[in-house]
Design a protein around this ligand. Structure first.
Ligand SMILES: Nc1ncnc2c1ncn2[C@@H]1O[C@H](COP(=O)(O)OP(=O)(O)O)[C@@H](O)[C@H]1O
Ligand SMILES: [Mg+2]
Length: 361
């Protein structure tokens, strides 16, 4: 997939900017705070309808402006796809999503047209933070692979919200009806997550060997959760809800189900989070992202866009070389503060980012 145009209007520090990156690697170089990550964030917003670093859309609207707009055009094997998002300061106006020039009625319509994988220093939180960070990683990948996953997850989360509201209100008569709905909605989420984890595990293991360069360390990603082993997740979800009902009523929230899923990360059988060194965790996070990149490439028949935010400077030269070798086939936007950071990346284009403007070097 190749991005041919990116437009921003009143997005973060940018009043108006347009970018037409060539094939290969485009380097964005500039000082801290210059607005490099903002550009990658705009691409991410177009691919997934949300930022990779904030859940608050309004943060992305340029200060003192009412609205922000981003638009991304990609060329794919089946032709041109154009996606866009518009954000509003006014709380009563919901964000608008555009696909090929038309306003989409649902958020999910955006998914899968332009796809990306972003690598950033915060990826370490994939390993260090709680299970939610890893669930989000899976959800982002699966939503980009298939809209059906995004819709299934939406259905599940809204059923969960309803059920929790009933628990809080103490309205237990309706609970049974919601149990059925929640169980039905859980099944596709569990099945798709489980499949994705298996595929990610195989690929991430190889990336870890390669990037880490140590044969004796075996990285593993295991899907864990109440339904991880289930052959009939809908039925078993219903059973799980039944078993936990007393506790749910006491806690006024739902204890069982895929919203509590975990992806367990191990290195040679030991929990990475507890025993891994900083370097091992970093390699693990990188391997997970590379595995996500592989899965997207395999399911779409072409590589997704690559967004590399300040990652090269954190790697030693060997790892840097191996990373670049792994992703050479994709179009990439790569940010760095120092020109020396991208040695070996053979950029097709270098842009300097300064004062909300881009200039070709
Ligand atoms: N909503 C906003 N309006 C105007 N400027 C913003 C907004 N959000 C962030 N910025 C500016 O963007 C800059 C940070 O951009 P960022 O892309 O994170 O920098 P870096 O080049 O270090 O990656 C800061 O200077 C900040 O003031
Ligand atoms: Mg940055």
């Amino acid at each position: 997939m190749r991005m041919t145009g990116l437009r921003l209007r009143d997005f973060r520090g940018y009043k108006q900017v347009m970018l037409s990156p060539p094939e290969g690697v485009t380097v964005l170089v500039g000082e801290n705070g210059a607005g490099k990550t903002n550009l990658l964030e705009a691409v991410h917003l177009c691919c997934l309808g949300r930022s990779h670093r904030t859940a608050n859309d309004k943060e992305m609207i340029r200060r003192d402006q009412e609205t922000a707009a981003v638009q991304l055009t990609v060329e794919r094997r089946d032709g041109k796809h154009e996606v866009g998002v518009r954000l509003f300061e006014n709380a009563r106006r919901r964000k608008i999503v555009y696909v090929n020039g038309k306003t989409a009625s649902r958020m999910g319509e955006l998914m899968g047209h332009a796809t990306c994988v972003i690598f950033s220093p915060e990826d370490l939180s994939l390993v260090k933070d709680g299970p939610q960070a890893r669930r989000r990683f899976l959800d982002m990948l699966l939503s980009q692979q298939q809209k059906a996953y995004f819709y299934a997850l939406q259905t599940y989360m809204s059923a969960l919200k309803q059920r929790n509201a009933l628990l809080k209100q103490g309205d237990l008569r309706q609970l049974l009806a919601w149990d059925e709905q929640l169980a039905a909605a859980a099944a596709p989420v569990v099945r798709l997550r489980r499949d994705a984890c298996q595929q990610l595990n195989a690929r991430a293991k190889n990336h870890y060997f390669y990037i880490g360069g140590r044969e004796e360390e075996t990285f593993g990603m295991q899907y864990r959760g109440g339904l991880a082993e289930s052959s009939d997740p809908a039925q078993d979800m219903l059973r799980g809800l039944h078993t936990c009902r007393e506790e749910d009523i006491r806690r006024q929230s739902t204890c069982f189900g895929p919203h509590r899923d975990e992806i367990e990360l191990t290195l040679s059988g030991e929990l990475l989070k507890a025993f891994g060194s900083q370097g091992q965790m970093r390699t693990a996070a990188l391997s997970m992202k590379l595995a996500a990149f592989d899965l997207l490439e395999a399911s779409q028949g072409e590589p997704p866009l690559l967004l590399l935010d300040d990652v090269l400077s954190e790697l030693d030269p060997d790892r840097r070389r191996r990373l670049i070798a792994r992703i050479g086939r994709a179009q990439a936007l790569l940010t760095c503060t120092d020109e020396g950071d991208f040695i070996g990346a053979r950029p097709a284009c270098v842009l300097r980012v300064e004062n909300g403007e881009l200039t070709q070097q």
